[in-house]
Design a protein around this ligand. Structure first.
Ligand code: DX5
Ligand code: ZN
Length: 229
């Protein structure tokens, strides 16, 4: 799908619940995808970790590329890696629809976000809980998506950090309506509504989907709680 088609699909399906594949059953990935499709998920969020930018290791482009042939769902890659510029081409080739890099990962945001856009892929910039919004303000025009981390990246199952809420509010004021505001970490039935009220429209959820018996119910519940009436 083209970058603009992905953006328009994400905006028209808001609120988006994006299952974080860090928490899925790795022994049966294709079955997990079938279950998520049946649960009406629109997006799969891939947490890529290099054991350097974050103290944990997950999977890389080979796994994403193999899964690309299993489904047409939107692939959202969250690169928690040092020097993402060096590896970017591999994630583009793997068939990611959205690629998000971390501001803290020694990047030149204008340069890498432009490269992602030139490849017709949705360009995202992520910030850690300790990074204030004013540090990325000048890069907003290069972003299709901004991801606010509500935990320190590296592991699923951590507790939501409320510092994300004011950052979402600030970003909501700074960005135009087409920019997707994403929140990641500790999102579940207790926390999703407040992030939605703060301006998020894209919610990454790991434990609150994969630690339940029914992905359909889990996603439906989260969607309902994220829908502002
Ligand atoms: C954390 C990852 C998240 C995480 C989400 O570094 O970016 O996507 O796996 O998992 P939960 O929802 O369990 O916090
Ligand atoms: Zn993530």
């Amino acid at each position: 799908m083209s970058r603009l088609a992905t953006i328009s699909k994400l905006n028209s399906s808001s609120p988006i619940i994006a299952p974080s594949m860090l928490k899925c059953d790795f022994s049966n990935l294709s079955r997990e995808i079938e279950l998520l499709e049946a649960a009406n998920a629109q997006v799969l969020h891939f947490d890529v970790m290099d054991g350097h930018f974050v103290p944990n290791l997950s999977y890389g482009p080979m796994v994403i590329e193999k899964l690309r042939s299993c489904t047409d769902l939107i692939f959202d890659a969250h690169l928690m890696i040092s020097d993402p510029d060096q590896y970017l081409d591999e994630y583009l080739k793997a068939g990611c629809d959205c690629i998000t890099v971390h501001y803290e990962a020694n990047v030149e945001p204008e340069k890498i976000l432009t490269k992602i856009r030139e490849a017709d892929v949705v360009a995202g910039l992520a910030i850690n809980p300790d990074t204030p919004v004013n540090q990325i303000e000048k890069f907003m025009s290069f972003c299709d998506l901004v991801l606010v981390m509500s935990v320190n990246p590296g592991f699923g199952g951590q507790k939501f950090m409320p510092v994300a809420l004011n950052k979402l509010k600030e970003l909501n004021k700074l960005t135009d309506d087409n920019v997707i505001l994403s929140v990641d970490g500790g999102i579940g039935t207790e926390t999703i509504a407040q992030t939605s009220k703060a301006g998020a429209d894209f919610f990454v959820a790991g434990s609150s989907i994969f630690d339940t018996d029914c992905y359909t119910d889990a996603i439906k519940n989260l969607e309902a709680l994220a829908t502002i009436s």
